[in-house]
Design a protein around this ligand. Structure first.
Ligand code: UTP
Length: 282
């Protein structure tokens, strides 16, 4: 079944400059945890144990984050501060990490193709860590999608209804509703103008892909913005066979934008951090 999760994380993160000049966007902390760690936790919850990260220049901090820090760990060994590292240690005990570099930033489709060397010939998940998806108590978005893959065995994209005046930021689908919240994709348009959008169902940063996507991507010419677009490759898969769009359950924050990042920070502080700490101090 699906064991690997690909994290395209090579983008420049220009919307967060100057913070992202020498620090990867994926290492920006929402409260006290970097975005990429939320993503890895979601993947582990979905039963995936092999994290494949596509990095770029200046992104070494991610590799160090998922490694031991001998000096720091020695320093806090035996103190109550050790508990702060419990979560990240458990991640490292329960998963493996492999990395490859995207040399030129030619778009998300190109980043996914760069990850082929880490994935091989098997279905896999793709998680964009700057889309932070949170659940209260239910299954995470990737877990919901892995469950669907077991049933349908084809590529699946997660979609969310967005206001029509925001469709230009996303890939947008149109499809036939085949079951509650599940569409068979008929059309997919990357960053359409409002008047050209086939619906308001926007693709967010969670995908399950079958490995034939790599051959399709190899033959995909640059599309919108001169970048190799995953939506163009998925549209080819939809024409040749089947691609599903799944209206997931949960809350998503676009942490690639300043507003979404601040919303996520406020939400996580109130929901997880403040309540946990007030119960500790009681
Ligand atoms: P974005 O469109 O958010 O681009 O990429 P970006 O460079 O990260 O951020 P801005 O727009 O300049 O602020 C969506 C996801 O695809 C990855 C990014 O790292 C992000 O997770 N990506 C994008 C790559 O890995 N490589 C690329 O060439 C483009």
């Amino acid at each position: 079944m699906i064991k690997k999760c690909l994290f395209p994380a090579a983008g420049y993160g220009t919307r967060f400059l100057p913070a992202t000049k020498s620090m990867p966007k994926e290492m920006l902390p929402v409260v006290n945890k970097p975005l990429i760690q939320y993503g890895v936790e979601e993947a582990i919850e979905a039963g995936l144990s092999n994290m494949a990260i596509v990095t770029g220049r200046g992104k070494r901090a991610m590799e160090d984050h998922f490694d031991v820090s001998y000096e720091l760990e020695h320093q806090i060994h035996g103190t109550d501060k050790e508990s702060y590292l419990q979560e990240i240690r458990s991640i490292m005990d329960n998963s493996t990490f492999s990395y490859t570099r995207q040399i030129e930033m030619k778009g998300l489709g190109h980043a996914i193709l760069t990850g082929e060397t880490l994935i091989g010939d098997e279905p896999f998940a793709v998680l964009l860590a700057d889309d932070l998806c949170l659940m209260d108590n239910d299954d995470g978005v990737l877990k919901q999608m892995v469950g669907l893959y077991k049933q349908f065995r084809c590529s699946i994209v997660a979609v969310e209804e967005v206001p029509m005046n925001e469709v230009h930021k996303y890939g947008v689908i149109q499809g036939d509703l085949i079951k509650d919240d599940i569409y068979q994709v008929k059309t997919m348009v990357e960053k359409p103008a409002t008047k050209d959008a086939p619906s308001n169902l926007a693709i967010i940063g969670r995908y399950i892909l079958t490995p034939d996507i790599f051959d399709i991507l190899r033959n995909t010419t640059p599309g919108v913005g001169g970048e190799i677009q995953i939506t163009d490759a998925l549209m080819q898969q939809a024409r040749d066979g089947c691609v599903l769009a799944y209206k997931f359950k949960g809350k998503r924050f676009d942490c690639g934008s300043i507003e979404g990042f601040i919303d996520a920070t406020n939400y996580c502080y109130k929901t997880f951090y403040a309540s946990a700490n007030s119960s500790k101090s009681r």
